[in-house]
Ligand binder design. Structure first.
Ligand SMILES: [Zn+2]
Length: 386
């Protein structure tokens, strides 16, 4: 009798887990990555023609891999997948790997004691405990998508691959590339040897901190918001030696100062706003923007409310124009934060609206080409490993 009851309970548990595993990832994805306006998006013929004529459109920040969405299929939720990137004429999408997010997330003060990703990861059937495993698993998934894409999605890891992608894409606009990054250097678990594993997995960009202070240094949303640690210095030096790009998104102002004081190569910020148009704790001061540009760096402007204060195409364009006027069009890029648990004004197919708004605000077509992706093409052509 007891045995039967136990078997019954166990079966129920297994069925519940299986049901949750198949239904919950999509449910979470839908809940976390809504849009204000759904496709289709309308722009004038002139804007559309100009947009389609841009040879390299790129976005420096998308958290799509977190949701275990099959990116080879088109979805009616979330912000991007391969079919939608192709429809949007995107040449390069960055896939940034989120690996730990505190409970009760806020922009002012978070510690590292909780993690709201453990249960979703379990339900997705992924490794849940080890942060570096979480990263390697998501990176492996992008490589697998690429293998299964009939050559339409290429993961770029060095200069040669990027050059060959650029020349192939000239004849085939359906080709899209992905570049792997990490959001939050806590994934190194304080162990410099893990950096080699990440490099070997094709990761070429690391955001040093995410929502809490970690072994590398302070987060803009951390408890102490301190500068760089000894381990952090070791990481930045090792990354420079390997030609991995340092991403200062979410870094505390002190950490940004410390990194800028030590780097010998260009740095980047994959997704941010600027204090000049929106005073959020995660946004960059004019001074930091100028110093980042002086390294030869690029700054991706985010599409989320805490970055640009208003959830509108106009506020994204305003921030881009402000930053272009401050540091020059050759240092400004797109850093949407698509699929980063944000309510985006539009999904990826809405990018022509931004190009149109930038024209309206007086940027030249040449400046807009740089912002929409020309800078990313140049920056990574120069700074990826050989
Ligand atoms: Zn972020």
């Amino acid at each position: 009798m007891l045995k039967k009851l136990l078997i019954g309970l166990l079966t129920l548990l297994i069925i519940t887990y299986a049901a949750a595993r198949s239904l919950l990832p999509e449910k979470l994805d839908r809940q976390h990555n809504p849009v204000v306006f759904a496709a289709p998006y309308k722009v004038s013929n002139e804007v559309n023609q100009f947009y389609q004529s841009i040879d390299f459109i790129a976005d420096l920040h998308g958290d799509t891999l977190l949701w275990k969405r099959d990116i080879l299929k088109e979805h009616d939720y979330g912000h991007l997948d391969l079919p939608r990137l192709q429809q949007a004429n995107v040449a390069m999408q960055f896939f940034t790997i989120v690996n730990k997010v505190p409970e009760n997330l806020n922009f002012d003060k978070n510690d590292d004691t909780t993690d709201q990703l453990t249960i979703p990861f379990l339900l997705q059937g992924r490794s849940a405990s080890d942060l570096s495993e979480r990263v390697l698993e998501q990176a492996g998934e992008l490589h697998q998508y690429s293998k299964d894409s009939n050559g339409q999605l290429v993961v770029v890891t060095n200069k040669k691959e990027l050059q060959s992608f650029i020349s192939q894409r000239k004849n085939n606009k359906q080709l899209t590339s992905g570049l792997l990054g990490i959001e939050g250097g806590q994934a190194l678990e304080g162990d410099i040897k893990i950096l080699d594993k990440f490099y070997d997995a094709g990761i070429r960009m690391i955001g040093l901190t995410h929502f809490f202070d970690n072994e590398i240094g302070g987060s803009a949303h951390g408890v102490n918001k301190g500068g760089i640690t000894e381990f952090g210095k070791q990481v930045v030096k090792a990354m420079e030696a390997k030609n991995m790009l340092v991403d200062l998104s979410h870094a505390s102002p002190k950490l940004i100062d410390d990194v800028l004081a030590m780097v010998t190569k260009p740095v980047m910020v994959s997704h941010t706003g600027v204090k000049g148009t929106c005073k959020s704790p995660r946004n960059l001061s004019d001074d930091h923007l100028k110093q980042i540009a002086q390294t030869g760096g690029i700054v991706g402007i985010g599409f989320f409310k805490p970055a640009v204060c208003e959830n509108t195409v106009e506020s994204i364009a305003e921030t881009i124009v402000y930053t272009v006027n401050l540091i020059g069009a050759e240092h400004v890029s797109l850093g949407s934060d698509f699929d980063g648990s944000i309510k985006a004004i539009v999904e990826v197919r809405g990018l022509p609206l931004i190009a149109g708004e930038l024209q309206k605000r007086g940027l030249t077509n040449e400046q807009i080409r740089l912002v929409m992706g020309g800078n990313v093409k140049r920056f990574f052509s120069e700074n990826l490993p050989d």
